[in-house]
Structures are given as C-alpha cells and as structure tokens.
Write a protein that binds this ligand. Structure first.
Ligand SMILES: NC(=O)c1ccc[n+]([C@@H]2O[C@H](COP(=O)([O-])OP(=O)(O)OC[C@H]3O[C@@H](n4cnc5c(N)ncnc54)[C@H](OP(=O)(O)O)[C@@H]3O)[C@@H](O)[C@H]2O)c1
Length: 235
C-alpha cells in the first residue's frame, strides 16, 4: 500500500530524521531528505542507500522559503510525486530568558516554527494532488514548560497550535495532518552523543515505526496529536 509513495523529510542527515528515512526506505517508500551542509547531506545519502536506492539528499535550510520550494521541486523531478511531508528539522538552545540573545531566539523560532510553515507552504499544492499526509515533529516541550526553555518551549508550543489549525484547513482537501510530541530521543540534539546511557530513550527508528503505523491507519481515522514517550523514565 505504501510502495510507490514518496516522502520528504526535513533534517534527515542525523537523529530522528535519519531514523525515519531508514524505516520508510525499508518499507518501500521513496525518500527525499534535507540538511544544511552539502557534505553531511551526501554522507547521509550514501549511508541510507544501504536500505534502498530510492533516496535523495537535498541541501536546504528550512529558514529560507526559496530553499524549501527548491527541495520540493527536486523531489518531484526525482520521484514524480510527493505524498508525505515530515517537518522534523529543529534545534534547541537552553538558557535563562535574561541570557538568551535575540539571535538565539530568532534561530529557534525561524527554524522550529517558521520552518515548519515554510515546508508546508512549499509542498501544499503537491499534497493536494496526492491527498497526502503532513506530519510535524514538536516535542513534549510543546505542552510542558521548563527552566531555561523559553525560546524552545515557545517554538514547540507554536508547532502544536500551528499543526492542529492546519489540520482543520487541510482536511477539506483530504490531506491529513499529525503533530508528534516526542519525549527524550537518543540523537545528537543539543550536542548529545548517543551512547549506552541513552538506551532507555526513544530511538530514532521508533519514530520511524510510529510514522509507519500512522501512515498505515485506516483512511477514516486521523490521530491529530500524539504524545510519544519512553515507557520508563530516564536515569
Ligand atoms: N532528541 C530529542 O530528545 C527530541 C525530543 C523532542 C523533539 N525533538 C525534535 O526532533 C527534531 C529532530 O531533532 P533530533 O533530536 O533528531 O536532533 P539532531 O540529531 O540534532 O538532528 C537535527 C536535524 O535537523 C537538521 N536541521 C537543523 N536545522 C536545520 C535547518 N535550518 N534546515 C534544515 N535542517 C536543519 C539537522 O541537519 P544539519 O545539521 O545537517 O543541517 C539534523 O538533520 C527537532 O525538531 C527537535 O526539536 C527532539
């Protein structure tokens, strides 16, 4: 059912985006993914080819609408259609609000929130044609605020509201939208280097399998907001 479908994943060079790309490729879905640096994109594309040849890496910064429009164009040139858009790219800078600079604030809001809008803006006409699926990666930080989290919390709360409102606008075109709010995932996020200490966390492949489950659901149902957490709290 999912074979011959095409996904575009933002931020697929590592972490969650890479894990999602791996699982979708293993299940017959063609994948375009993005990242900011050519060498990182090329390395990830080579690494992902072990799962399927139907993968293409694209250099694109989600903060720039023209980049996202170019990424969608390249996806269509390569695979001829676009069914699933996964707005995943993001970053976190954690500081007390009085120490957070305007540049750091803007970097988080423009990447995590405006970027999610730009990715949809660039792809929505293709999603109308395919009656596809738009999935965003927010965070449990999109519902729970914490110390040093002002910019990150604001961006991720924003993604939850944005995706739910978009869900209502888009479903009249038979486009589905889901916001996923993960807890701790074993990635390179915020300078982390995944190791044995991260075994209790959600793994990037778990995010891929969650998305696969969402895509396989009966078309009459729509899981519009999902909190996704490790079953045992971390040590
Ligand atoms: N890890 C967690 O515990 C956790 C929990 C909840 C939610 N999340 C969310 O999950 C998403 C993925 O994070 P991750 O944990 O996988 O972190 P990661 O390992 O640091 O990966 C982040 C990815 O985003 C890409 N990226 C960053 N800024 C970008 C931009 N402006 N344009 C295009 N790509 C960009 C990076 O690519 P390049 O650096 O190659 O450009 C990389 O592929 C983020 O939205 C994050 O907020 C993470």
């Amino acid at each position: 059912m999912l074979e011959n479908k095409v996904a575009y994943i933002t931020g697929g060079t590592k972490g969650i985006g890479f894990g999602i790309a791996k699982i979708l490729l293993e299940n017959g879905i063609s994948v375009a993914f993005s990242g900011r640096k050519k060498e990182d994109v090329e390395k990830a594309e080579n690494d992902l080819k072990q799962y399927s040849e139907n993968v293409v890496g694209i250099v694109s910064d989600v903060k720039i609408l023209g980049n996202e429009e170019g990424a969608v164009k390249k996806t269509i040139e390569k695979f001829g259609r676009l069914d699933f858009v996964i707005a995943n790219a993001g970053l976190g800078i954690f500081k007390p609000v009085d120490e957070l600079s305007a540049e750091e604030w803007n970097d988080m809001i423009e990447t995590n929130l405006t970027g999610v809008f730009y990715t949809l803006k660039a792809s929505v006409e293709e999603l109308k044609k395919s009656e596809g699926y738009y999935i965003t990666v927010s965070s449990l930080a999109g519902a729970n605020f914490f110390e040093n989290g002002t910019g990150y919390n604001a961006s991720k709360f924003g993604v939850v509201g944005f995706t739910q409102a978009a869900m209502i606008d888009l479903r009249k075109y038979n486009i589905k939208s889901t916001v996923i709010m993960p807890g701790s995932v074993a990635t390179n996020f915020n300078g982390n280097v995944p190791s044995e200490k991260d075994e209790w966390k959600i793994q990037p492949e778990d995010m891929g399998n969650l998305i696969l489950d969402i895509l396989r659901m009966n078309p009459r149902v729509l899981p519009s907001k999902i909190e996704f957490r490790a079953s045992k709290p971390g040590r």
